[in-house]
Ligand binder design. Structure first.
Ligand code: ZN
Length: 286
């Protein structure tokens, strides 16, 4: 933990070129939507007064798609995407003394301890600092109130994006996840097509199918079974809902209900954050 404190305080402040940022709520009307929680427009800024890069957090149930959106935003904003799930999986792959202990916890769908996660995160930030990184988008951290408090004590989080998806869609999405064993590409074979009911609009999420050269090499993660997915959701509800409350009280929580598949959701997320993906437009126009 001391390592984390030192690292974050010692982080150099570098100048930041905002490639794609539109000033918040400038000419057009503010993006308003019933599912977006009240949040100050200034929070969705990509630059702080001291010039450092964004320090954002993605919250949401396991499998909701935090990784996808965090990764796209990190590329757009030029900050590292730090997924604690990846840090854990990388550690598992080292086959070191901690790996077997970790593997048992993960395969049961249990949470890895705060101490362990913080050590992994410290190591990651240290490596990034050496490479001159500034700012971050955290994905999968903080996951408990204790972790949120530790993070609060050492650095400022500018914005917390809470991704939400109704449970039946979430379960189908988790069970449909596949990874290419050769190139590591992530795909999803589930086609989610839910009819509208009295409370919810219809939802369609198309599958994310692999290219032909990956199709025969798809594997399912060992922890993507219905039992483990449900256990992860139960634990998330118990331990992580309070984290949402913690950030809501600080006025930093942006509630975002995923409207459908990635392309529809990404467009809407950018709109809510007042960001413009010029590269997306260029490639669409090409
Ligand atoms: Zn592949």
């Amino acid at each position: 933990m001391a390592v984390l404190c030192r690292l974050i305080r010692a982080r150099p402040i570098t100048s930041y070129t905002v490639r794609t940022f539109c000033s918040p709520y400038s000419t057009s009307s503010p993006p308003s939507s019933p599912e977006i929680g009240a949040i100050s427009p200034s929070l969705a800024s990509t630059k702080t007064s001291d010039g450092r890069n964004v320090q954002w957090v993605f919250l949401g149930c396991p499998g909701v798609g935090k990784g996808t959106y965090a990764s796209r935003l990190s590329k757009l904003l030029g900050v590292p995407h730090i997924a604690t799930g990846d840090l854990v999986r990388d550690e598992l792959n080292t086959k070191g003394p901690l790996a077997s202990q970790l593997s048992e916890i993960v395969n049961q769908g249990k949470l890895v301890s705060d101490h362990f996660i913080i050590n992994l995160l410290s190591k990651r930030l240290e490596v990034g600092e050496a490479k001159g990184e500034s700012g971050f988008i955290l994905d999968g951290f903080p996951r408990t109130i204790r972790q949120a408090e530790i993070l609060e004590g050492v650095t400022n989080i500018d914005l917390v994006i809470n991704l939400k998806l109704r449970e039946e869609a979430l379960l189908a999405k988790c069970l449909g996840r596949r990874t290419c064993s050769q190139c590591g590409g992530n795909y999803n074979v589930a086609c989610i097509d839910i009819k509208a009911d009295d409370e919810n609009p219809a939802m369609f999420m198309p599958p994310l199918l692999p290219p032909p050269h990956c199709a025969s090499k798809l594997v399912t993660r060992s922890d993507d079974t219905e039992h483990v997915v449900k256990e992860r959701l139960r634990i998330y509800n118990e331990k992580s809902r309070p984290v949402e409350v913690f950030y809501r009280k600080q006025g930093k929580l942006l509630e975002f209900d995923l409207p459908g598949g990635i392309s529809e959701s990404w467009t809407k997320l950018l709109q809510v954050l007042n960001l413009d993906d010029h590269e997306d437009k260029r490639s669409a126009a090409a």
